[in-house]
Design a protein around this ligand. Sequence first.
Ligand SMILES: [Zn+2]
Length: 308
Amino acid sequence: MNLEAFILGCGGMMPLPNRHLTSVLLRREGELFLFDGGEGTQVSLRKLNLRWKKISVIFISHTHADHVTGLPGLLMLSSQVDREEPLYIIGPPRIAEYIESSRRVLDMYINYEIVVKEITSPGVVYEGEGYRVRAFPLRHTKPCYGYTLEEEGRPGEFHPEKAAEMGVPRGPLWSRLQSGETVETPEGVLVKPTDVLGPPRSGRKFSFVTDTLAFPEIAREVEGSDFFVCEGMFEKDLEESAREKKHMTAEQAARIARDAKVRKLALIHYSPRYNEYNLKGLLKEAEAIFPDTILSRDRMVYPIEYID
Ligand SMILES: [Zn+2]
């Protein structure tokens, strides 16, 4: 099953000529999820040829302009789209008011249902077939949430030679065993999935954390992520000022990635003070702590693979 992250925008505060504001799209086997929607979200969606119509849920970290001003345009664009399923928008308090007032003032005639859910308590905020999304509180200048999308574990690897040995003929019985059912062979022998499958394998985990102070609980929430997108807004010289603004440095993001034993850290939400050249300074500081770090770039695509 494919799982890919598309960075639609990687900037913080204000857009730059080559950098839209923070937005990440996750595609899981044809289903799309959007995490934040800053200015430029639509432009990147178009450039990447991604189908807006397939977005099931939009998760919003907080209601600051650089994370939500792409939404009205996105919803407007979608007003003519024919879709059956509702669109969910999940986020902090006042997200409903923002969506509602935008729809009213901008005269948006949207021909499908939009369900806005304000998070009242952290935990699982959305689940679908084989995955769940958790929200957890961050520490910013207003209510802000981080998110993880975690897949359920998968059954172990199927060993056809064991199935053959036990007299299970190739065909539908094999698939039933692989999906966890006990089957009976033509000779009347009961074969359990554990007889023919290896140990259970883990699913994948994606995490999205931006606009927050660094604090230890973040590592617990994002633990073991295969792809961890995290704010790395400033270099370490500016740690004091980052703290005052309730943001974090690239180095602090790397410490969280290390403590949480993630597989890959992608920095995001860069301060506009960093241009293409000196962004490398952020990367260097993060890599010194956690080598498996990359810089997000607009329209970068990252396939999230299974480990086993
Ligand atoms: Zn921001």
